[in-house]
Design a protein around this ligand. Sequence first.
Ligand SMILES: NC(=O)c1ccc[n+]([C@@H]2O[C@H](COP(=O)([O-])OP(=O)(O)OC[C@H]3O[C@@H](n4cnc5c(N)ncnc54)[C@H](OP(=O)(O)O)[C@@H]3O)[C@@H](O)[C@H]2O)c1
Length: 331
Amino acid sequence: MSHEVLTRQIGRSRIEASAVGLGTWAIGGWMWGGTDERQSIDAIRASIDEGVSLIDTAPAYGQGLSEEIVGKAIKGRRDKVVLATKCGLVWHTTRGNHFFDYDGCPVHRYLGGDSIAFEVEQSLKRLGTDHIDHYITHWQDPTTPVAETMEALQRLKTQGKIRSIGASNVTLTDVEAYLAAGQLDAVQQEYSMVCRDLETKLAPYCIENEVSILSYSSLALGLLSGKVGPERVFEGDDQRRNNPRFSRANREKVARLMQEIRSIAAAHEATKAQIVIAWTLQQPGITFALCGARNPEQARENAKAGRIHLSREHISRISEAAKRNLTDLDA
Ligand SMILES: NC(=O)c1ccc[n+]([C@@H]2O[C@H](COP(=O)([O-])OP(=O)(O)OC[C@H]3O[C@@H](n4cnc5c(N)ncnc54)[C@H](OP(=O)(O)O)[C@@H]3O)[C@@H](O)[C@H]2O)c1
């Protein structure tokens, strides 16, 4: 393992951030069986101490809770953090497109200009900061023209409230619309060894247009951490409880993959999760890998993956092992 932490630029923004980013969805508790604030703050600080600058959150993660916890954790360390948060999943209005209910309260996908202007202020307050480094439309809103959304985002940029613009859960057509309307620096999409759809069209398009890709659920919600054994049970509202991705058959397939990458991990004095993350970061177009962590141990382990460089031979051995073991996975 080298001592250099891998950093990359977010699109054309000139903002440099650690290639391994800390994701804080689970830290918000919702859909993850709850959260522990002390452990979460320690996890965020452990990431920063290990050289992770990119921290990703969203208002929707526990309806403000994740942002509040991030705000507490980065107090006094704001200058070490490239802060990413999102807009467009709203519960202050029922405009836009109904998405889901949270505790009986409807949440809509809405990216109207006034709503974005309102949302950014709420996020700045919860995060305890005066600017957001990377501001992302969380889900796309079919009721608002992208040009209106981009105009609102560009205004925030001019005001110094945000420094770069991203879009998440997009199609290729969405990306084209964003680029036609202004400077889109990154997309945030699900990507991991078990979810590789973007490789065919989106990634080549992003490379060509200098749009970064932040992979999310890079460890497939923890399935690829190398630590979800057959006995692991998920409690409460943890989304993994009834998710076919965590079936016994899938866990066995992943265990076989882990067995096959064991020697590569040993050669790098690394864990299997670190090899999975390093592999992700070396896939074409993948600029940043967001990985969730709930405690300092997970945070440190994931952060250190940013110091591993895999040879071409190792990459292709891992890819072949993934192909052998993970095709036909219920994911
Ligand atoms: N834009 C979007 O729509 C969107 C959607 C999803 C995610 N995201 C972003 O991407 C981030 C990462 O994705 P994710 O959190 O969904 O999934 P992930 O990173 O694939 O998995 C995170 C979970 O895996 C387990 N884990 C992580 N590192 C581990 C380690 N070293 N050892 C053992 N277990 C480990 C932890 O859960 P346990 O401890 O409970 O096992 C953790 O909460 C999110 O936090 C969020 O910021 C964005």
